[in-house]
Design a protein around this ligand. Structure first.
Ligand code: HEM
Length: 149
């Protein structure tokens, strides 16, 4: 994984004490832009969920220089997400909402280089979360059974 660690760390540092603002912004835009994912959180305590999402971002950024820790944590997180009903196609939705929320919070401090660094990092995070996750074929393609008939 070759990521721009300095840029990821320095940009996230500017958000570290803006947890509530960032998390509220993130979920507001996720619901607005991708209403299809809202039912996945139907039984969630959103105050707790906002904290957990932000803490996982803190953990990811803090672990960028410790790939073993990062890889193990992300694989576990990816496995748990299958149980939450999350599909591979949902990952780009969360990724674009993360980038949008970062840019809205950081405004002029959000530069094209920072954006590139986060897009690359999110792609790596998604890959690790999905690695080793065995989605049943009928979840990935509900029509597979009918096709084969
Ligand atoms: C970078 C990608 C992501 C990160 C870092 C992340 C982080 C987290 C964390 C830390 C939790 C708390 C539970 C746990 O640790 O297992 C969680 C739960 C959850 N996430 Fe994610 N997530 C990501 C991607 C997604 C995507 C793509 C979706 C789909 C919309 C999603 C939907 C959910 C749902 C439905 C829960 C369960 C909430 C509950 O406990 O009620 N996440 N996520």
């Amino acid at each position: 994984m070759s990521l721009n660690v300095e840029l990821l760390e320095s940009s996230f540092l500017q958000l570290k004490d803006r947890e509530t603002e960032f998390s509220t912004c993130f979920y507001t835009h996720l619901w607005a832009d991708y209403p299809a994912v809202k039912p996945l959180f139907a039984n969630s305590n959103m105050t707790e969920q906002q904290k957990k999402l932000f803490q996982s971002l803190v953990l990811i950024v803090d672990s960028l220089r410790k790939p073993d820790v990062l890889i193990a944590a992300l694989k576990g997180l990816g496995t748990r997400h299958v149980r939450y009903g999350v599909l591979p196609e949902h990952y780009p939705m969360v990724g674009s909402t993360l980038v949008k929320s970062f840019s809205l919070c950081l405004q002029e401090a959000w530069t094209p280089n920072i954006e590139r660094a986060w897009i690359e990092a999110y792609a790596a995070v998604t890959q690790l979360m999905l690695e080793g996750v065995d989605y049943p074929a009928e979840i990935l393609n509900p029509y597979a059974h009918q096709d084969s008939e």
